[in-house]
Design a binder for this molecule. Structure first.
Ligand code: 5GP
Length: 221
């Protein structure tokens, strides 16, 4: 099923033009990245926001598409210039969302998924009260460790460190609007799609002028 929303109407149409901001967080290994990538395939009018990071690119990653890979110096200059709407240090590297890119896309009516940690989500929450905040969890803490173990490339130290961070981060789940348990990928994907599609049609996002022009009785008319 194609879930489509027509931006052509602009201010004339039933929905406000400003894009919806979807924030997705999860402990490392919960399957968040795969879920976000799949959601973008099924919901055509949504984009994955490209963050800035100081970590090195993995072999499969493309600069400008997966991340904007920058040096620590460049990142720090950007912090000084207030270029980030949110930023955080995650697993020893800097990550941040460009204020300019985010504003430009949302103002063009494009819905955006931000795959960020809970510290970044807290910062975004202050500005975007109408955003949609989703937290993904694996079925159990033991399952998380198992998933990190089968993921190639991480040392035991790294896995233990990620588990410790996960234990801390999970405590923030209460600030999110939805909790999705990724024990079955298809179901988790269906749930994420559902909450995004529902958030799009919240009454607070309706173009009130459109309702009034079309459905309210005109006085004296
Ligand atoms: P990875 O290096 O595995 O791609 O991401 C590590 C963590 O950084 C993930 O939890 C991811 O959600 C988070 N992250 C990625 N981009 C951003 C960002 O722009 N801001 C914040 N605060 N976290 C981010």
């Amino acid at each position: 099923m194609e879930i489509h929303r027509d931006h052509e109407g602009g201010e004339e149409g039933p929905w406000v033009r400003e894009g919806l901001l979807v924030v997705v967080s999860a402990p490392s290994g919960a399957g968040k990245t795969t879920l976000c990538k799949e959601v973008v395939k099924y919901i055509p009018d949504i984009q994955h926001s490209v963050s800035y990071t100081t970590r090195s690119a993995r072999p499969s990653e493309v600069d400008g598409s997966d991340y904007h890979f920058v040096s620590v110096g460049t990142f720090k200059n950007m912090i000084d210039e207030d270029a980030f709407i949110e930023w955080a240090v995650v697993h020893g590297n800097y990550y941040g969302t460009s204020r300019k890119e985010l504003t430009l896309l949302l103002n063009s009516g494009i819905d955006l998924i931000l795959d960020i940690d809970s510290n970044g989500a807290k910062q975004i929450r202050k500005t975007f009260r109408n955003g949609l905040f989703c937290y993904i969890l694996p079925p159990s803490f033991a399952a998380l460790r198992e998933r990190l173990m089968v993921r190639k490339g991480d040392s035991m130290d790294e896995i233990n460190r990620r588990m410790k961070v996960a234990g801390e981060e999970v405590k923030d789940y209460g600030m999110y609007d939805y909790l999705i348990i990724n024990d079955n990928f298809d179901r988790a994907l269906a749930e994420l799609k559902s909450v995004i599609v529902s958030a799009r049609i919240r009454v607070e996002r309706i173009n009130r002028a459109w309702v009034e022009n079309n459905f309210f009785e005109k006085r004296g008319g």
